[in-house]
Design a protein around this ligand. Structure first.
Ligand code: PMP
Length: 408
């Protein structure tokens, strides 16, 4: 039976968490700060949990330098829940901003940038939610593809001339890091595949799914975003909590919007305003994932050099792994999935092992050495090494040594 130290976990999510945080959480699970009660046994409205959630919010705000005009919310339903919540809340906000009589209502365009499975799923959900509720009724919105790389199997990002944004969309939606194929928008505007913020018409809101790259490096053009969201289970904490960062003017009363008609009903736990008004405690939140996330945030700030430290380490981890794979590629042993190096994810490194039966051999050898969960997503196969915040540079170096050994 291996110990934790003997295993190097490259899971795509849920993914590894810092051992010291888990040790502390294990103690907290039994007896939280000498209360004689475990953290999961405390009221979410008591002073102890209030301190936990408020601490997490403050730490996240300082780590990411979230501007004052944004609210941080802890919600449930995962990234998938946000595929729905984004549509519902932003259609309501748009309706309140355009309170024309129902007879004059025109469904707003919702622009989606499709770069992989997750943005495609978000788009499919927008289409589902916008469907007219009965015949001869207008749709609630018109989801539209503003760019797509589906024809090249999601292995690249759109070029600038492939984007085609609508002038008056209610919002533009993109996924910053596509976890399955390992495609990520590079952070610098001068990078050829950077997200083209400058092409999005002024006044059109921007929504970003940061589920698999959250707090791995700074968020470019933060204040151009309306909503940034992320499931916790890659870089932040256990699954079960979803972090939302919502610009304050978009915390709208969806019940008021419903009175104008022409928007889909919004389940109350998905309304951003109700979450904000109740400081993420409208109903019982996932207290344990929030607690562990709070411990992780403290750890990242105190021991990992904050966002700058994380950025430097993550950049270096990605650099050495891609360099190793490029060398292995020259030897004809592997093939990187993403060909444009500027679109390669810092978090999910995807490649194929060339040759009949070689992938199986690679995975078996990895398993023997304690390198776990390297198998690619079931929809695409191949190998995927996810190197989120809690994966150390030592683990990445060991994986590189193994790749070199395998290729020689
Ligand atoms: N977006 C991205 C980028 C993801 O990687 C995932 C899950 N891996 C999701 C959304 C969906 O998240 P969840 O499973 O928490 O609903």
């Amino acid at each position: 039976m291996p110990t934790r130290d003997q295993v190097h976990n490259f899971a795509a999510g849920p993914s590894p968490l810092p051992t010291t945080c888990l040790e502390e959480a294990a103690l907290g699970l039994l007896n939280y700060e000498d209360t004689g009660m475990g953290v999961c046994e405390l009221s979410h409205r008591g002073k102890e949990f209030k301190a936990v959630i408020e601490g997490a919010e403050a730490d996240l705000r300082s780590l990411l330098q979230v501007p004052d005009n944004y609210t941080i919310l802890f919600s449930q339903g995962g990234g998938t829940g946000q595929f729905s919540a984004v549509v519902l809340n932003l259609l309501a906000a748009h309706r309140l901003a355009h309170p024309v009589p129902a007879e004059e209502f025109k469904p707003p365009v919702l622009d989606y940038v499709l770069t992989g499975s997750w943005s495609s799923k978000a788009y499919a959900e927008a289409q589902r939610l916008c469907t007219p509720p009965f015949p001869n009724c207008p749709a609630f919105g018109q989801p539209r593809i503003a760019a797509s790389t589906k024809s090249t199997s999601w292995t690249r990002l759109p070029t600038r001339d492939e984007y085609n944004f609508s002038k008056d969309a209610a919002y533009v939606y993109y996924c910053e890091n596509e976890t399955i194929n390992g495609i990520e928008f590079p952070p610098k505007p001068e990078d050829q595949s950077a997200f083209p913020f400058d092409l999005v018409p002024e006044g059109v809101e921007i929504v970003a799914d940061y589920s698999s790259s959250f707090i791995s490096r700074p968020i470019p053009n933060f204040s151009r975003h309306a909503i940034i969201y992320a499931g916790a289970q890659k870089n932040l904490g256990p699954s079960g909590v979803t972090v939302l960062i919502v610009r304050n003017d978009l915390l709208v009363d969806t019940t008021e919007a419903s009175k104008l008609g022409c928007i889909p009903p919004v389940p109350i736990t998905y309304e951003y305003k109700i979450l904000a008004d109740n400081k993420s405690l409208y109903n019982t939140p996932p207290t344990f994932p929030i607690y562990v996330s709070a411990l992780v945030l403290q750890h990242l700030i105190k021991n990992k050099g904050g966002l700058e430290g994380l950025e430097n380490t993550n950049k270096e981890k990605a650099r050495i792994l891609y360099e190793t794979l490029e060398n292995a590629e020259k030897k004809g042993k592997v093939k990187l999935v993403v060909r444009d190096s500027s679109a390669r994810s810092w978090m999910n490194v995807t490649f194929n092992i060339e040759g009949e039966g070689e992938e199986k051999k690679f995975l078996e050898g990895a398993e023997k050495r304690g390198y776990r969960q390297l198998k690619g997503h079931r929809s695409v196969g191949g190998i995927r090494a996810s190197i989120y915040n809690a994966v150390t540079i030592e683990s990445v170096k060991l994986l590189c040594d193994y790749i070199n050994e395998f290729c020689n």
